[in-house]
Design a protein around this ligand. Structure first.
Ligand SMILES: [Mn+2]
Length: 336
């Protein structure tokens, strides 16, 4: 079966479903599709588990409605946005597996083989920078009316998934130019729709983290570690914003220790540095706990050890990685 025309969905009971922890691109795609239907009163946008902070801000600023963990049995069709592997649905995947209706997918990730790909009809363009680009192309082809709100949503998806056009394509710029015109707002205004406002305590935590930071140099790279009482992830990210190639922030609450790590993205991609593999994995052999996450953003959860020592060990492990990478040995130098 080919992916149906937009008219197929008119007046039907459709659930437009995001991935678990929906981001701006996923939520914007589902909402724009929903808005483009003339008869959408029996349809709904749904999100498994939760939406992330940026998507939450966008929903509030643009007045978007969606339901968390919706019941599936009322619907004829489920259309998934911005995912094609069942793992991205979290615990919702099993529910969808038992769904008796039709499943469709609109996505920009490379296709993966799974029960989902066998049970669904997909519209996938893995060259698209964002899922909203795929939705936009589809709506244009179906001569759907793109309202200013839809245009804003579709544009936000491109900005978010292109990391503000750091990862982009000619088509993304062309789509953006058209969407900007249709949106009726300025480019900076689009950013404000999904901007996460930091509260005062988070700002203070980040600044205190900087004041207490230890600064190390390993070859031509800067590693920084700090201790905080809360907002570990924000603190680690702040160290990277301030100039560290890799930053760690550790804190303890009720005996539980959390160390958050962040690396400069292009440092990770250029060197193959991976926080989980090169730092938090080896760290768990010395300190009780375990780590998980992504190459450039990860965390270690543990208990029963001095944070200061573990943070210093993190810096040493990054240094060890750099020694291996350069094939040279050197001193890890600390700056006062
Ligand atoms: Mn996406």
């Amino acid at each position: 079966m080919k992916f149906p025309a937009l008219s197929f969905f008119e007046g039907k009971k459709n659930l437009f479903l995001c991935h678990a922890g929906a981001d701006v691109d996923s939520l914007a795609s589902a909402e724009a599709f929903f808005l483009s239907l003339k008869k959408n009163r029996s349809s709904m946008v749904g999100v498994p588990e939760h939406v992330n902070l940026s998507a939450k801000a966008m929903a509030e600023n643009l007045g978007l409605g969606f339901e968390l963990n919706p019941a599936l049995k009322e619907f004829e069709n489920v259309v998934l946005f911005d995912l094609n592997s069942p793992e991205m649905l979290g615990g919702f995947g099993e529910k969808l597996r038992a769904f008796a209706g039709k499943i469709f997918i609109i996505d920009h990730h490379a296709k993966t083989g799974s029960w989902l790909s066998e049970k669904s009809v997909a519209l996938v363009d893995s060259d698209a920078v964002s899922c909203t680009q795929v939705v936009y192309g589809y709506l244009e082809k179906n001569r759907a009316k793109i309202s200013p709100l839809s245009a804003r949503l579709l544009a936000c998806g491109i900005i978010a998934d292109s990391a503000r056009f750091a990862v982009s394509s000619k088509e993304a710029f062309l789509d953006m130019a058209q969407l900007l015109e249709k949106s009726g707002v300025s480019y900076p205004e689009l950013f404000s729709f999904f901007e996460v406002k930091k509260d005062v305590s988070e700002r203070i935590a980040a600044l205190k983290a900087a004041r207490r930071a230890r600064v190390f140099r390993s070859f031509d790279k800067i590693i920084s570690v700090t201790q905080v009482n809360s907002f570990e992830a924000t603190a680690a990210m702040s160290l990277v914003f301030l100039g560290a190639h890799v930053g760690f922030a550790g804190g303890e609450k009720e005996g539980k220790i959390l160390i958050s790590g962040r690396a400069l993205n292009n440092f990770s991609s250029r060197t193959g540095f991976d926080l989980v593999k090169h730092v938090f994995g080896p760290l768990s052999q010395k300190f009780s706990g375990s780590g998980g996450g992504h190459a450039a953003a990860a965390a270690f959860n543990g208990r029963g050890f001095p944070i200061e020592e573990a943070l210093f060990e993190c810096a040493k492990l990054v240094h060890g990685f750099l020694e291996k990478e350069t094939g040279k040995t050197s001193q890890l130098k600390e700056y006062d």
